[in-house]
Design a protein around this ligand. Sequence first.
Ligand code: C2O
Length: 475
Amino acid sequence: MRVRMASHLLDAAYITKYNRAYELMRALPDDDPRSFSQQASVHCAFCQSAYLQKNSNEKLQIHFSWLFYPWHRWYLYFHERILAKMLNDDTFALPFWNWDNQAIFSPLPNVIPAVFIENPALVDNTRAPSHQPPTLVDLTYSGKPGGLDPEQQRAENNNLMHQELVSGAKTPSLFFGQAYRAGDANAPGPGSVERAPHTAVHLWTGGDMGNFGTAGRDPIFYSHHANVDRLWNVWKSLGGRRKDITDPDWLNAEFVFYDENATLIKVKVGDAVSTEKLRYTYQNVPNPWITHISSPLSISIAGTKPVSSNGVASPAAAEATSLLEEIEEFGEEVEGKFKQLAGSAFQSKVKRPVKDLFKTLKKQITDEELEEVLVIQGVEVPSDKISKFDVFINLPDANDKTSINIPEFAGTFVNVPHLGMGPGMNRKATLRIGIGDKLEQLGIKDVSSIVVTLVPKGQGKDVPIVIKGIKIEYE
Ligand code: C2O
């Protein structure tokens, strides 16, 4: 077993070894598939630039679908084996950048770890100059400083983690992303962690990391993804329906990579579900966001809180509920209808369908386990630009200053620009967010409709974002 360790906790000997491995990899001739430049290019070979889908003329795209997690696991696996080969040290494992850990003790896990600043082979000079330590990682970053003090930043980061791994990702498809089979249109829709924190950390690190076409040129990329990969294991440990996908189309999906001997190897998704089988494991670190509880809004603004935070209806709540009633319903996707969000928030009432209609379809699942899912249909954003919006429930006044460390925050959508996909090309996806726990936490699990507010944010705030429908379904 090789042990992947937290990159802020490495000892001097390991750091020397780590830097040496990249030095040797960088020294390989460019035409060696194991060279650093070729390794970096592997990333976007698989993001709509080199491979075709099986029996199709569509180029393969491994982001924004259920292939995201397993593909990146295999990519790192071979990258790590090549680094080990460079060192002739079979025990070498990639350190993980523990940005989800909001500990306040030095060395801080949630800043750019010193190892990537002090060791020449691990440096990339294109990173955002303003995001050097001690600036804390913003796990919902979208191209514009949030201006939060460290305590608030930590709270928001913890709530984002809780939202995207615990309360909003109770089923495999919410976590992994949507089904993507040979012949399907690319990028049907990302899973929770892929949207944020994953994408946000790319943008926040900046420079090469801020674009999928160049991200692999920064050695921190592989450490960032080792943490994303670790979270797959953590998610599975949380129980309930949090298990690997069993669909054969997922398990049998195949990719090719060059291994440590420069031999082309074909691998299957099904062989990547267990890190134990791949002979690596992760150093144990605390994951305190698992039990994080967001802070209820301290002031109840009319129209923003139908019930108090403990779930008890207050007199003001009745009034607020009637205000919510007045908000119009956008409704689900129908031909020709769309809404363009350009810089300002958009509210819509959303009806909750009767659960029983769906129950029979999902025979294996108990009523208790059936998850309520908010679906934002037909999301369309320009591929070459950063764009982002946050989703709030029953908070019609939510705006780009609203804290995300509140129970009303339900999730986020973030797009990373993409080299090679120029102006005029749009990324289309469906956004799916699990909201069962959320409604319970807000004390509104018996209401017949909710109000959903979409808030464009950050640098891409004014980028036109199109949506085509909003609905709720059960899975
Ligand atoms: Cu292939 Cu973090 O992206």
